[in-house]
Design a protein around this ligand. Sequence first.
Ligand code: AMP
Ligand code: GLY
Length: 422
Amino acid sequence: MNLAVIGSGGREHAICYKLKHSSKINKLICIPGNAGTQKIAENIKEDISNFGNLYQIIKKYSVDLVIIGPEQPLVEGLVDYLNEKKVRVFGPDKFASQLEGSKAFMKNLCKKNSIPTADFGVFNNFDDASSFIKKNGAPIVVKADGLAAGKGVSVCTSIEEAVKNTKEILDGKFKSSHQVVLEEFLKGEELSYFTIVDENSYLFFGSAQDHKRVGEGDTGPNTGGMGAYSPAPLLTDKLEAKIKKKIIEPTLKAMKNLGHPYKGFLYAGLMINKGEPYLIEYNIRMGDPECQVLMMRLETDLLEIIDHATRNKINNLKIEWTKKSSITIVLCAKGYPSNYIKDSEIKNLPNVLTDKNNQIFHAGTYEKNNKTYSSGGRVLNITSLSESLTEARNKSLANIDKINWPDGFFRKDIGWRVINNK
Ligand code: AMP
Ligand code: GLY
């Protein structure tokens, strides 16, 4: 089969890496890709919002199946567009993509279907929003309704901060959002729970925990993710049964009833408090960097899995995972998540041995004259698989040591909640 993967992050590099293991693969292209995907696929530069141009590439390369990594093209309706053109594609349609694309849509769906989530209000009027904040008090969580690349959420510890952030959102800080969602602050520990869904059924697709804050000890501003590990020790069989029954299944049933059965990866961001799961958010795609650790642990052929899902036959498969632990540490450009250094050369990358237990998944990188340069905030994902999480982290840290990049930084404490440092 000829495959096209859309996207350019560590997630897409990890997906390409895993797809390359399949015996069924003929040609693999990545649009637009990065310096890592370039080594295992053909990168084709294109604006992924330009559906017409994407279609031309798909025709030119006789692509049999398209896999969409990031949320933006899904929310913009790439699946609907390709379906109309009779191109086989894996991912949710535009309507179903509102589960991530509109927090108001997701929260209202939860309310109607009694799915456990934080209490909330949706506002487009500043006075109403500010009375809600004053009535409920702090801490309170302020969210832009639409996509905001992980920057639209603030956990506010004072009423003043919440009012200020609400005003900024309603004044148009994020182009995608004209509404604000105000939420009760949920206590507990976060868990990322993944499923792969087709029109008939769904299967568990791994658990992970990520670190969203930029600083060690989970401090400082939110980022796209500074590192992740899998499996999540927090996930017990008892908790999983609750997640399926109270959250995943009612959601899939509701989407079916709305006439848009969900198809694709579905990633539930959960807060676990006293053994009970609460939905914080849905993502309509794999997580980044969670995908990187999951691909290291996946033992079943990824192409086989996605092929089955697009034919609504996922239930015929058993997806196997190694019990080993995987960790990824994200190497970022100094300044991230604010203004960061760009076009900085990263040296000594070939010094890092890569094999089935050690991988460097590229994110914001490009190659020029055989040299690797940074182009984004999150640049490399140093990923390891080992018998224990402690060993995996030590391997990733040792691999980072071999890279010479003074303009980069990373968190040394990924996995701190479960790694005993004694
Ligand atoms: P989201 O983009 O909705 O996942 O939010 C980003 C991060 O903000 C989450 O991973 C949580 O750490 C935090 N967060 C979001 N909503 C809540 C909430 N209601 N209570 C506590 N923390 C939250
Ligand atoms: N790691 C968080 C996300 O992919 O949304």
